[in-house]
Design a binder for this molecule. Structure first.
Ligand code: FAD
Length: 520
């Protein structure tokens, strides 16, 4: 009882502060809370580099709850911001806000299960649903989404606000290329359904839109028959040009005679071979980098990671198919590592590593990640200047590298990618540790990120950041290039008071840039 009274008092204070037109009982019904535990958890993210406390947290139970809150924000006399968060796996506070309410989309109070429409091959899911739960629901029908992220404990709304990429993207495109329809609460508090045919401007703006135009409350995602098993193969290269030539060849293949997943990573120090992404190499089968010729190559090796999905009924032919594909590649012959596992275990592979790191207290540490899209024509320069230059021989985490085909990305979406038919994702997924080793400190790694960006700038490598992070609007304008005008127009149309996802630092909420700022 006392807690409820305190909560009501805190909410009344909030109402006065932000000029809300809703009654306290109505706010409580919507799921608004100022409970310190909720507020604390909404004030940090996976990056652990920014801490911003919201005024309150909303735990909605429906799209209508979200719409009612955003409408109240839009109509409030003082104005306040609203930021959706999924699983809080951003790096730089993108889902945080200090001037309003965080809408906690994942773990909603009455989340219905995803609705699978087997005949039409799609699934309707709540925007805060985690991909792992989408997968489990679809598998009950023998179906699965086509395009993934490497890690499944991310929300549908969170990855669709970025792009959602993994080793399937070369063939199926990013996750945003595999969405039929969305329900979105705009910055005016309107709940709208959109698709390529219905409200197409909103649909394209929201996909990859960094949460700027609306809160995704439902997504209709395309499905395919789920494979049963996966043959997972890793091969090593000491020659970068052979490595990228093979990756580019593999993503140019179509039809059945191709791998289903193409990724890769860079190994600059021997410790990495046993790091969290590389539990694949078993202790019974130790890999000695020095025996593989990396010494002639500045100590750098490249690992191609590929998979072939199959159904138990086609198990006899899988070996021949893989053999035929591998024959065309130029990896170090003695470096083929193969494993075979159920499809769900392959997709959920990073979670196992997460549990291991958590048990060692190494998950909840700062993550100064940097993700770049690098044009194919400059990837060799990038290798020379960064992998064999700036990085030195310590990396503090995995470095992924894999190419994608631009024609699988819809240019109408809000995402920006390099202006070439093929571009690479290079992802520096590093963890900072406070263990006295300078090369693992947050400061060192952050500075290295700066050096990488500076090198690209000075060398004319026109990279685009994925999961971008900038501090000023002029940097954002440069990031969006020719898409900026449209991006800004869509913002004016769907979120004219700039109240949504202010943690991205793209637009200043209008109530903060006016004289009303004094009331904060
Ligand atoms: P949050 O961090 O909560 O939100 C991110 C942004 O989206 C914020 O601006 C927020 O306001 C907005 N947002 C959240 N929900 C909604 C919604 N329903 N509607 C509108 N806007 C919303 N990405 C890949 O593409 N591929 C990968 O393989 C991959 N692997 C990852 C592995 C790990 C361990 C981690 C931590 C991240 C990884 N990511 C990957 C990045 C990830 O896709 C993004 O960080 C994504 O934003 C995380 O989703 P989230 O639900 O935690 O979003």
């Amino acid at each position: 009882m006392a807690t409820k009274l305190l909560l009501t008092f805190a909410i009344c204070r909030l109402i006065v502060t932000v000029g809300l037109t809703l009654e306290p009982t109505e706010l409580l019904r919507l799921g608004l809370t100022v409970d310190p535990v909720d507020v604390e958890s909404a004030s940090v993210d996976f990056g652990l580099m920014t801490k911003v406390e919201p005024l309150a947290v909303l735990r909605p139970s429906s799209a209508e709850d979200v719409a009612q809150l955003v409408k109240a924000a839009y109509e409030s006399s003082h104005g306040f911001t609203v930021s959706a968060t999924g699983h809080g796996h951003s790096i730089n506070g993108q889902a945080q806000t200090g001037t309003g309410v965080v809408v906690q989309m994942s773990g909603v109070r009455s989340s219905g299960k995803p609705s699978v429409w087997g005949g039409d091959m799609y699934v309707d899911v709540w925007g805060g649903e985690l991909w792992i739960d989408v997968l489990k629901s679809c598998l009950e029908y023998g179906l699965a989404p086509k395009s993934w992220t490497d890690y499944l404990y991310l929300s549908v709304g969170g990855t669709l606000s970025n792009a959602g990429i993994s080793g399937q993207a070369f063939h199926h495109g990013p996750q945003i290329s595999n969405v039929h329809e969305l329900d979105v609460v705009t910055g005016k508090g309107e709940l709208m359904t959109c698709s390529k045919e219905q409200n197409p401007e909103l649909f394209h703006a929201v996909l990859g839109g960094l949460g700027q135009f609306g809160i995704i409350t439902r997504a209709r995602i395309s499905l395919e028959p789920a494979p049963q098993r996966v043959r997972w193969i890793r091969v090593l290269y000491s020659n970068f040009s052979a490595f990228t030539k093979d990756q580019e060849y593999l993503i140019s293949l179509h039809g059945n005679q191709k791998f289903d997943y193409v990724e890769g990573f860079v190994i600059v120090d021997e410790g990495l071979i046993n790091n969290w992404r590389s539990s694949f190499f078993s202790p019974r089968n130790p890999v000695k980098i020095s025996s593989l010729g990396s010494n002639n190559n500045g100590g750098v090796l490249y690992c191609l990671e590929i998979t072939k999905n199959y159904h138990e009924s086609t198990a006899e032919t899988i070996d021949q198919e893989i053999e035929a594909l591998l024959k065309k590649l130029n990896f170090i012959p003695t470096s083929v590592f193969t494993t075979d596992l159920p499809y769900v275990d392959f997709l959920d592979r990073v979670h196992k590593a997460e549990l291991k790191l958590r048990s060692k207290g190494m998950w909840e540490v700062p993550h100064p990640w940097l993700n770049l899209f690098v044009p194919k024509s400059k990837i060799a320069d990038f290798d020379r200047g960064v992998f064999k230059g700036i990085l030195g021989n310590k990396t503090s985490g995995p470095i992924l590298i894999y190419p994608m085909n631009k024609n699988k990305w819809d240019d109408k979406s809000s995402v920006v990618t390099p202006d070439e038919d093929v571009f690479y994702l290079v992802a520096f997924l590093r963890s900072a540790l406070d263990n006295g080793e300078e090369t693992q400190s947050l400061e060192y790694l952050t500075n290295q990120n700066r050096l990488i960006l500076k090198f690209c700038d000075e060398d004319g490598i026109k990279v685009k950041q994925y999961l971008p992070h900038y501090k000023t609007q002029s940097e954002w304008k440069e990031h969006y290039g020719s898409k900026w005008d449209r991006f800004q127009r869509m913002k004016m149309k769907f979120d004219p008071r700039h109240i949504l996802a202010s943690g991205q630092n793209i637009f200043t909420p209008t109530f903060l840039s006016s004289s009303k700022m004094a009331s904060w």
